[in-house]
Design a protein around this ligand. Structure first.
Ligand code: ATP
Ligand code: MG
Length: 609
């Protein structure tokens, strides 16, 4: 899209009805999170039969008191709050009217919260940028069923994180960047290729992979020769360098402006644009090769903040990616249950990261993770005939025509058989990893690929392996298989207190899994199926409990592990995704929530016995 066309589209989007509908979604999600996390304390009064009204007191700029009123349900799924579609009202001495804007609401409602202006300004910016980026996406959205493979679906299913209020903040992307690199626009992205002098590179590969051969295969011989020829024609020895792709945004914004001394010294050499077209996936920093669908996906650092996390590529995660992939595959290879389940780990087969160990630590911190790449297997080459893949996040989304993405599947197979198949495909391998092996996966929807046959769920593929698991070494089934892991440097730990794969207790591992999988992922599915298919939440959680106990009945010898990683505990701890943005990030902010599985503990226990 040329710049004039992009700016035309930008202004058309802002003056379209999509602005208001998007603002209502962001406001809903913001309120739901702030109420749930008790950043805002509401007076709750009954409304209709299963709905309540929340009244929140705030303070206007002139110091006078204002009240906000919204209505919705406190669900049986962790007590998560789901507001209804009625307008959110602002009630003051001047009268009652709908909220004018996100900014008005946030400034007045949070005026009584003990935060700082700096943190509030940062949060407001993330919220406003989410409004902007999502408005642009909604405005551009069109029904399109021409391509339905996994990569196309990652662009078509546009909702983003269903709980985090800053679900599309992408701080650092201007509107033109958003069109150029946002997955919703299904852009073709050509990567910038560099050569990095080997002494500045830290690299890791899965056994059996030679990085140079691998890159030659990924790039194709002609392109590889072209890049090597470019090095040679500059009088440089190709053997001294590694080829490395960079996201074009990262090249323009961070590598060229900040690492130019390395380019001057030819420790980094600019080779030019790659030939292959890539498509950004939902996580933005992972891209699929559109020109060669079976080639590896590439995950790249982009110095933006999205859903409140910076999206660089931590060096330790890059270094850990191949050994962790290898470890998980070794576990699977020895475990007939996992093999039979058909579980796929999308291996991160190679990783390169730039490091300059001679720099003082404070400068290393500044450059940490800004240049690097991870290559991840594409699921395409791993599917059996008749199988298709879809993003798991699609299960709770509607398409451009307003119909649930799963509508045709549910119609074809029936809701109950479909849901039971989904649970059978998903739960046993994930809880087996937890109970039998002591590994909790961060199984939020974006990290799971659903593999189905004509809509009937069959099995799953897991991705984002080193960044997305937790364990306690002495609780692993086979600690000797666990590789030595590159540690999180101290300066990263301060930024994100929860960073690091090794947890202190099995309960922490359980909570990590429960939070991502049950609280956010299945919690959302429960609310979605109730809304669109009238499925009672109790029915949903009862089926899950039955599925877990069905698994447990197969493994009585693991009884002590079921207690150790207790999925039926009365409460679990979840991360406060909104609250942590309004308070200093000195600690992990966690909140106990009531576990909807708890009420099935007795009943299902008897069934299993
Ligand atoms: N349904 C969803 N649940 C969670 N995250 C989502 C969802 N949809 C989009 N996202 C986005 O995906 C990213 C999830 O973060 P996460 O750290 O799991 O992935 P990543 O490491 O960036 O990439 P990848 O999973 O490709 O390795 C965030 O940028 C988030 O905004
Ligand atoms: Mg992910």
């Amino acid at each position: 899209m040329s710049a004039p066309v992009a700016w035309h589209t930008f202004s058309a989007a802002l003056t379209s009805p999509h602005y208001q509908t998007t603002q209502r979604r962001v406001l809903r999600q913001l309120l739901e999170a702030l109420l749930f996390e008790q950043v805002l304390i509401a007076e709750i009064t009954p409304d209709s039969h299963d709905s309540v009204c929340f009244d929140i007191t705030g303070r206007a700029q002139d110091g006078s008191s204002v009240r906000y009123r919204c209505c919705g349900r406190i669900s049986d799924s962790f007590g998560r709050i789901r507001l209804n579609d009625s307008l959110i009202l602002r009630i003051s001495l001047e009268g009652t009217r709908p909220v004018a804007s996100l900014q008005e609401f946030l400034l007045e409602a949070v005026a009584i919260v003990d935060t700082t202006e700096m943190l509030l300004a940062r949060f407001l910016r993330e919220i406003q940028q989410t409004l902007l980026k999502d408005t642009l996406a909604q405005h551009a959205r069109q029904p399109d069923a021409s391509e339905r493979d996994l990569t196309a679906l990652e662009g078509q299913l546009q909702d983003g994180h269903p709980y985090h209020p800053c679900y599309k903040s992408r701080i650092g992307f201007d509107p033109i960047d958003n069109f150029a690199y946002g997955p919703e626009f299904q852009p073709s992205v050509r990567l910038v290729w560099l050569a990095l002098r080997r002494e500045y590179a830290s690299l890791a590969v899965c056994p059996g992979i030679n990085l140079d051969d691998f890159l030659r295969q990924e790039l194709g011989a002609a392109q590889h020769d072209r890049f090597i020829g470019k090095l040679q024609s500059s009088g440089l020895a190709a053997r001294d360098y590694l080829l490395l792709p960079v996201h074009p945004w990262q090249w323009r914004e961070q590598i060229a402006p900040d690492l130019f001394p390395l380019l001057q010294r030819q420790d980094i050499v600019w080779l030019g644009e790659g030939e292959d077209e890539y498509r950004p996936l939902q996580s933005i920093r992972s891209l699929a090769n559109y020109s060669k669908p079976n080639a590896a996906q590439i995950k790249l650092p982009i110095g933006i903040v999205n859903t409140s996390a910076d999206r660089i590529l931590s060096c330790h995660n890059v270094e850990n990616a191949p050994p962790v992939s290898d470890w998980l595959c070794a576990i699977r290879a020895r475990d007939s249950f996992l093999l039979d389940s058909g579980l796929i780990f999308l291996r991160e087969v190679a990783g390169i990261t730039y490091r300059d160990p001679d720099l003082p630590p404070f400068l290393q911190a500044q450059q940490y993770g800004m240049l690097g790449a991870v290559w991840r297997e594409s699921v395409n080459g791993l599917l059996s005939p008749g199988e298709s893949a879809a993003p798991f996040s699609g299960l709770c989304q509607c398409e451009a025509d307003g119909q649930p993405f799963i509508a045709s599947w549910v119609e074809r197979h029936g809701l109950a058989p479909w849901l039971d198949a989904l649970l059978e495909a998903t739960l046993p391998p994930l809880i087996h990893l937890l109970y039998a092996h002591g590994i909790g996966m961060e199984s939020h929807a974006q990290n799971i690929v659903l593999i189905h046959r004509q809509g009937m769920p069959r099995r799953i593929a897991l991705k984002d392996l080193p960044g997305g698991l937790r364990f306690v070494r002495q609780f692993l089934a086979d600690p000797e298989l666990c590789p030595r892991l590159a540690p999180t440097p101290s300066f990263r730990k301060q930024v994100n207190a929860t960073a690091g794969m090794e947890a202190a207790t099995p309960t922490e591992v359980r909570d990590y899994f429960h939070d991502a999988f049950f609280f956010i992922n299945f919690g959302e599915l429960s609310l979605f199926l109730r809304q669109h298919y009238g499925l009672a939440e109790a029915d949903f959680w009862e089926r899950i409990a039955a599925c877990i106990y069905g698994y447990q009945a197969r493994y009585p010898e693991l009884a002590s592990r079921f207690a150790c990683f207790d999925l039926f505990a009365p409460t679990i701890l979840v991360e406060q995704l909104a609250k942590r943005r309004l308070f200093e990030e000195t600690e992990a902010r966690l909140q106990p929530v009531s576990n909807p599985l708890h009420r099935y503990r007795q009943q299902a226990g008897k069934e299993a016995a």
